[in-house]
Design a protein around this ligand. Structure first.
Ligand code: SIN
Length: 499
């Protein structure tokens, strides 16, 4: 077993967090958590074991959240805001421990993990502020003698199902708005990365969240349906917020139909990144580096298809390949490492399949294109940062999200052609383009079918902005004041007999 030293050892939790208590799983089964940087067969790869949850655990969490909701929703907004502010301060105070946990279970380099702690914390701070600004509305009455008003109310118990790629930021940006407006949460973190979520719950406990306001149940991929089905079937759960794959999002939408839950679904992406021939090429290369290689390419907003106008393709691909070839790959703890291991064997196999398929169909390898193993790279999960040119729509990586450090370059000639290609996907999360031409900027911003557009900018996410997609990338928004609406009902009051 890995010997993990944290400044505050109490952050390493190995139980469910239900009704303010750390409780063992009712099934008695354990879910091992591994460090993806090490070969899974090595004993040190095992970081900890958490409960592999079941339906009874899910029900206990739901009962606790339902009971807590009655009290939490009527707490003055300022008190909820203060609790979130204390939670935020604790995250900052424990940022080194949290970054260690993120790196260990998810694999991202330590500097990036620290960035994730601050990123996640920024949502908590933002929604703590927003908690006190959930305004209603007074409407002009349609007839005399009446007053017509709108109240905003918390939807109720929220089930948050979160992914492994940002084990802290994704759960923080779901829990914070929910708690801010008076909802209570039952959460199920990804099976690969439950420890960060449990550490966050521990900090919530220290921040003084009342019992039941936040509950975390851990489960393996195999037993996740048993947990989530309880929440899907219950009319007490009024909202599901999910980040993950489109097929799972579709399943959640179907399974929520009987109880007509509100849904926020942040699903798969297939982001285009477009470089016009009038673009600042150095800035565009930096944009790709920031957007594509963040978290080793394991983000939903990663450019998956990079379109470069013919006249600048040679210069762009040369500059990009030089930057990508120089990216240091290594375990999180290695101070200069910028690309860590992929999360698991399935992830590396998909990357390998995409690259091999592209090469077999005529793509050209500019750099990378293979698994990396050797001194300092212990496990089988490292993949070389890769640039492919000559990529065409018939290749698998054009249609499917690669979720790895692979930058495929397509050549285009005209604006109309690239808009058609960029939109030729069921997905619509993010898109990016580089050009200084103001008229083109507005044409492109309106023509791209997606929820987020980076214009001469590769790093787009912010707590102050709405994050979410269209088409098969889902619906609902996280972050910003739009993200708060997803946790609120609009209630109309009509008062008569006033004349
Ligand atoms: C994601 O990959 O789902 C989220 C990335 C982000 O918040 O920027």
């Amino acid at each position: 077993m890995h010997s993990l030293t944290l400044s505050d050892p109490s952050l390493l939790r190995t139980h469910h967090f239900i009704n303010g208590q750390w409780v063992a799983g009712r099934s008695g089964l354990a879910l091992p958590v591994h460090n993806p940087a090490l070969h899974p067969t090595r004993p040190e790869a095992l970081i900890a074991q958490v409960p592999d949850g079941n339906a009874a655990d899910a029900q206990a969490a739901l009962d606790a959240a339902s009971a807590a909701f009655k009290l939490w929703r009527v707490r003055p907004a300022k008190e909820r805001a203060q609790a979130l502010k204390r939670w935020h301060a604790l995250l900052l105070q424990h940022q080194d421990d949290l970054a260690r946990l993120i790196s260990l279970e998810q694999g991202k380099p330590l500097a990036e993990a620290r960035g994730e702690v601050l990123y996640g914390a920024s949502y908590i701070d933002w929604f703590a502020e927003e908690a006190t600004r959930v305004y209603g509305d007074m409407l002009p009455a349609a007839v005399n003698g009446r007053r017509m008003m709108v109240l905003k109310e918390p939807v109720g118990v929220v089930a948050a199902i979160t992914p492994w790629n940002f084990p802290l930021a994704m759960i923080a940006r779901k829990i914070a708005p929910a708690l801010a407006v008076g909802c209570c949460v039952v959460a199920k973190p990804a099976e690969d990365t439950p420890l960060t979520a449990l550490a966050l719950a521990r900090l919530g406990e220290l921040a003084g969240f009342p019992p039941g306001v936040l509950n975390v149940v851990t489960a393996s991929r195999e037993h996740t349906p048993a947990v989530v089905d309880v929440w899907l079937a219950s009319p007490e759960v009024r909202k599901i917020t999910f980040t993950g794959s489109t097929p799972v999002g579709q399943h959640l939408a179907r399974a929520s139909a009987d109880t007509l839950k509100k849904l926020s679904l942040e699903l798969g992406g297939n982001a285009p990144f477009i470089v016009f021939d009038d673009a600042d090429l150095d800035a565009a290369v930096e944009g790709v580096m920031a957007a594509k290689f963040r978290n080793g390419g394991q983000t939903c907003v990663c450019p998956n298809r990079i379109y470069v106008q013919r006249g600048v393709m040679a210069a762009f691909s040369q500059k990009l390949a030089a930057r990508v070839a120089a990216l240091p790959v290594g375990p999180a703890q290695q101070p200069d490492s910028l690309i860590g291991p992929m999360i698991n064997a399935r992830a590396v196999e998909k990357i390998e399949r995409h690259v091999q398929d592209a090469l077999a169909k005529g793509a050209h390898l500019e750099t990378g294109g293979q698994r990396l193993q050797g001194p300092g790279l212990d496990g089988p999960h490292y993949y070389a940062p890769t640039v492919l040119s000559g990529v065409t729509p018939d290749m698998a990586l054009t249609q499917e999200e690669t979720f790895g450090p692979v930058a495929p370059l397509f050549t285009f000639d005209t604006e109309d052609e690239v808009i058609a290609q960029a939109n030729d996907t069921p997905f619509g999360l993010a898109a990016y383009f580089y050009s200084p031409n103001v008229r083109r900027i507005w044409r492109m911003a309106s023509a791209l079918e997606c929820g987020i557009v980076g214009i001469n900018e590769g790093a787009v996410a912010s707590e102050a902005a709405p994050f979410g997609g269209v088409k098969a990338s889902g619906y609902g928004r996280e972050g910003s004041r739009y993200g708060l609406d997803d946790y609120l009902h609009t209630k109309y009051l009509c008062q008569g007999q006033l004349d």
